[in-house]
Design a protein around this ligand. Structure first.
Ligand code: SF4
Ligand code: MG
Length: 313
């Protein structure tokens, strides 16, 4: 609730703080158990920082995060360590976090031992189990990371998170580095694991067509702020915020009759250290009016669980 994460901008010989980047500014979302919330936005919108701050991999600047009713940012180190296995992060490129000289069975088993979650003589069986549920097998357990394809590496990344029996998984662009056909396989794996294990996902992606197939709820971020949240169906049927409309208009739809108006955004995402005044989207918004430059639009409830930040909605 109202999560904030600001980073100082340092400059000069004395490394003085000359400003701050509001990477995450007042972000409020609720994710119900067993559901998938998709957090969408261009790179630099603060999605990853929001995800990492949510599970306290970095400290917050303000706001509050509750995990099953527990305020994560007030826990002591030991209490947090105990909860850690329950909240796991999966990265875009699991290869970068795998030691090239460690066999993947050992890499996955290590996580179990580190957290004291299994006696040594059970580790191999637990690893085999989790590999099997991720579509890998005993054949893979003693191999090294470089022997796997991109899709298989992502399966390894998922297995390593899963072996700890998490309840919440934050998946940060987990399929963005993969070919489209492989993306579909990994998304199906996410879905299957959710069904069999009752997992809750925060699924971060720059690509609305990826979250469409997995998420029940979606939040759209722009320059550190949420501009719109709602159920997947409502948001896809009738996007309300101009930025959501623009993102959606780039997603191909199978039924041509439902043609959406095509909105092409001009320019790049502005420098987050120096965001535009008023509505941060006004420099790229095709519908901007004078007021947009002056006044920050409130993030308002517009019925049901729909929230939008736009003066014209
Ligand atoms: Fe566009 Fe104005 Fe709405 Fe911002 S507040 S999205 S600039 S119309
Ligand atoms: Mg990111």
């Amino acid at each position: 609730n109202r999560l904030k994460k600001y980073f100082p901008i340092k400059a000069g010989l004395l490394n003085r703080t000359v400003g701050q980047v509001k990477a995450v500014d007042d972000v409020s979302i609720a994710i119900r158990p067993g559901e998938t919330f998709g957090l969408v936005g261009e790179s630099g919108s603060g999605k990853s920082t929001a995800g990492r701050t949510a599970i306290r991999l970095t400290e917050k600047t303000g706001g509050e995060v509750k995990f099953k009713g527990v305020d994560l940012h007030t826990l002591g180190a030991e209490e947090l360590r105990k909860l850690r296995p329950k909240m796991q992060l999966i990265f875009q490129d699991p290869y970068s976090s795998l030691n090239p000289r460690v066999r993947i069975g050992d890499a996955i088993g290590e996580a179990l031992l580190d957290h004291g979650l299994a006696p040594k003589d059970e580790v191999r069986d637990r690893v085999l189990d989790v590999l099997a549920s991720c579509g890998l097998s005993a054949y893979h357990i003693d191999r090294f990371p470089h022997e796997f394809s991109g899709g298989q590496r992502q399966r390894i990344g998922i297995a390593r998170a899963l072996v700890l029996n998490p309840e919440l998984i934050i998946a940060d662009e987990p399929v963005s580095a993969l070919d489209v056909s492989i993306q579909a396989q990994i998304i199906n794996l996410f879905r299957k694991l959710q069904e069999t294990r009752g997992l809750t996902y925060l699924f971060i992606s720059h690509d609305l067509s990826v979250v469409e197939h997995l998420c029940s709820h979606i939040g759209v971020m722009y320059l550190g702020s949420l501009v719109e949240t709602g159920s997947r169906d409502a948001l896809f049927r009738e996007p309300l915020h101009p930025y959501t409309k623009a993102l959606l208009s780039a997603v191909p739809i199978p039924i041509p009759k439902l043609k959406r108006e095509r909105i092409v955004l001009s320019g790049d995402i502005p420098n987050p250290a120096n965001p535009p005044s008023g509505c941060k989207f006004h420099t790229r918004c095709p519908f901007a009016v004078a007021r947009c430059k002056e006044e920050v639009p409130a993030f308002r409830n517009v019925g049901g669980d729909r929230f939008v930040a736009c003066h014209l909605v």
